[in-house]
Ligand binder design. Structure first.
Ligand SMILES: Cc1cc2nc3c(=O)[nH]c(=O)nc-3n(C[C@H](O)[C@H](O)[C@H](O)COP(=O)(O)O)c2cc1C
Length: 210
């Protein structure tokens, strides 16, 4: 596929055929993440490819527990129904052949530190200093997702399971200073009939200031 075909035909895939992608393909996918741009070339990421079904199950149970706890919180019936839907979107990774855990390594911004030392309010710092660490990781995840698609795999990028971040860190032995920020599932698509939700038109999202 040419690059624009990869770009326009990629879609989220949540159901997979049985069978494990070979490690060499997962390496190619993660390598595409490695090559992504990052703020000050910090490359503040680590990618953990999980094949082990017991580890996936332990992570799934952690997500179920976390959502059960959220469901016990005071909220509307409508929100409770939405939470039940989220449970599916958070837990299907357990059936994916490979799950790549995306880890954000600590990255200190010296400019934010200067602003903090000079009593700038945190909300102002957040606006002046967009989260370039997380933005860099987004670039890596998208690279991996496109590379996987080019190799014939389907992926889904997940953030909803991160409600169980504490347990994930224990299960995956992630160090104190790093955060787990996303999962990326990888597997051969069960079928190719699923449709992406509609995208906004270019004219809705683009402005030209001539
Ligand atoms: C940062 C991010 C987080 C996402 N988290 C989830 C998730 O937790 N569960 C899920 O099923 N899909 C998740 N998705 C997939 C989106 O639902 C999907 O990309 C969107 O509906 C557009 O569909 P498409 O990828 O087919 O274009 C996430 C996507 C992104 C970019």
């Amino acid at each position: 596929m040419d690059f624009f075909e990869v770009l326009t035909t990629r879609k989220t895939i949540r159901k997979y055929k049985p069978g494990l992608p070979p490690v060499s393909d997962i390496q190619k996918i993660i390598d595409a993440g490695r090559l992504a741009p990052s703020a000050t070339n910090s490359q503040n990421w680590e990618f953990i490819a999980i094949y082990n079904p017991d580890i996936k199950k332990e992570m799934f149970e952690a997500v179920t527990d976390a959502y059960d706890r959220i469901c016990e919180l005071e909220t509307t019936e409508e929100n409770k129904n939405k939470l039940n839907m989220y449970k599916y979107y958070s837990g299907f990774f357990v059936k994916a052949p490979v799950v790549i855990a995306i880890v954000e390594k600590e990255r200190k911004s010296f400019i934010s530190a200067i602003l903090r030392e000079n009593n700038y309010p945190e909300e102002e710092i957040a606006l002046m200093r967009p989260n370039s660490s997380l933005l860099s990781i987004g670039a890596a995840v998208e690279n991996m997702s496109l590379a996987a698609h080019a190799l014939g795999y389907g992926t889904c990028w997940l953030c909803a399971p991160i409600v169980a971040y504490k347990k994930f860190k224990e299960i995956l032995h992630i160090d104190e200073k790093s955060k787990i920020v996303s999962l990326l599932t990888v597997g051969l698509p069960e079928n190719n009939n699923s449709k992406s939700p509609p995208k906004k038109l270019l004219s809705e999202v683009m402005k030209i200031l001539a």
